[in-house]
Design a protein. Structure first.
Ligand code: KG4
Ligand code: ZN
Length: 353
């Protein structure tokens, strides 16, 4: 979706606005974005994303060394492009933010060091941003009204968290995955089936022509009264299913397998989200993270929310997967509270919310 800067600018209601540049290099996308902070929220002016997926495809997953080297190669160009496209000068920036974690340490370091260097050179504040928070704040780039309290399900390659927000900044984690993240399950199953990387889109495509009720995969923790998730057993169930068929000399129906696996992931997520909605009675349900790009998941969660008479808010597809716009949005909410971080702050590859 192209950014409509003129429309975005016309939303700006006061003149004392400020510009935040953000950098995201936690995994396999090098990205930089500029938001204009206004009294009504963050307004996106640019979001440049350079994906490295083609460089990792042959390996069936992200190779950390290659990721760092590629980030290093393009980071300066991506940052310049983001500032240029925003139509501002570096000297107009209020602050520079970068993803602090979670992510690959070498990859995080590239964006973090670049952002710190820029903040130091321009003598402006620096902010280290939690990547998972970024995924959630992506919603605030596109939604004018987010009724509170709300519940957000963050589902990506590295995290699966169910979070209750009493307002945009105060939250409580209701549950999270005890082992693999939902996206990780998609990636591992895709790798096992040799569908390529990233796994989510490949599984979703294959599932389109399959039956979601053909194989009864487990919905882990469905009877536990907490809000936790677990996906490693499901991955093992898929592997065992394929091995059993092969041992019997039977062919695997890949589309059926993909559709049934995908449905098991979606059902496991829905079970806990629905329980949380019933108990906490939020005014809205939000989705965030790469797995929220899955169209079956989006449709089923829309149904779930409608069944409880609350809106389902989700970012457009390009803000679901990794991007710096979401990091800039999260940084905006820290800047309006006057926050910044010291330049000796370090990256945190296992950072949690
Ligand atoms: O948010 P993201 O770009 O990076 C992380 O922070 O992890 O999420 C990437 C994850 C990958 O596991 C990928 O397979 C999954 O999101 N994903 C999908 C889809 N598109 C991306 N999973 C299911 N269906 C999709 N269409
Ligand atoms: Zn992410």
């Amino acid at each position: 979706m192209p950014i409509d800067k003129e429309k975005n600018r016309s939303n700006i209601k006061n003149n004392d606005s400020f510009f935040v540049l953000a950098v995201e290099t936690s995994c396999d996308e090098t990205s930089a974005a500029v938001v204009q902070g206004t009294s009504t929220g963050p307004v996106l002016l640019s979001n440049i994303v350079a994906s490295q997926i083609d460089r990792h495809k042959d390996f069936g997953g992200v190779v950390p060394e290659i990721a760092s080297r590629q980030h290093l190669k393009v980071i300066d160009k991506i940052i310049s492009a983001a500032v240029r496209e925003a139509g501002i000068e570096f000297s107009e920036l209020d602050s520079v933010a970068a993803t602090r974690g979670p992510g690959l340490v070498g990859a995080l370091l590239v964006g973090f060091a670049a952002a710190k260097a820029l903040a130091f050179a321009l003598n402006i504040p620096f902010l280290g941003i939690n990547h998972v928070a970024g995924h959630i704040y992506a919603n605030f780039l596109v939604q004018d009204e987010v009724p509170t309290p709300f519940i957000c399900l963050t589902v990506s390659g590295g995290h699966t968290d169910l979070i209750y927000f009493s307002n945009r900044v105060e939250y409580e984690i209701l549950g999270r995955t005890r082992d693999d993240a939902a996206g990780e399950a998609f990636d591992k199953v895709a790798r096992f089936l040799e569908l390529g990387y990233p796994g989510g889109p490949a599984v979703e495509k294959l599932a389109e022509s399959g039956s979601a009720v053909s194989i009864d995969f487990p919905r882990a923790l469905k009877d536990s009264q907490d809000y936790d998730f677990s996906f490693s057993g499901l991955k093992t169930a898929v592997i065992n299913y394929v091995h059993n068929l092969k041992q019997r000399g039977e062919a695997v129906n890949l589309p059926d397998l993909a559709a049934s696996f995908q449905q098991a992931v979606i059902d496991s997520l829905k079970l806990k989200v629905e329980r949380a909605v019933e108990v906490y009675q939020p005014k809205a349900l939000l989705l965030a993270g790469g797995v929220a790009a899955n169209s079956v998941l989006r449709a089923e969660f829309a149904e779930l929310a409608a069944g409880h008479n609350i809106p389902l808010l989700l970012p457009p597809l390009e803000f679901c997967t990794d991007n710096a716009a979401m990091i800039a949005a999260a940084a905006y909410y820290r800047r309006i509270r006057g926050e910044s971080d010291p330049l000796d702050l370090e990256v945190e590859p296992t950072l949690c919310l």
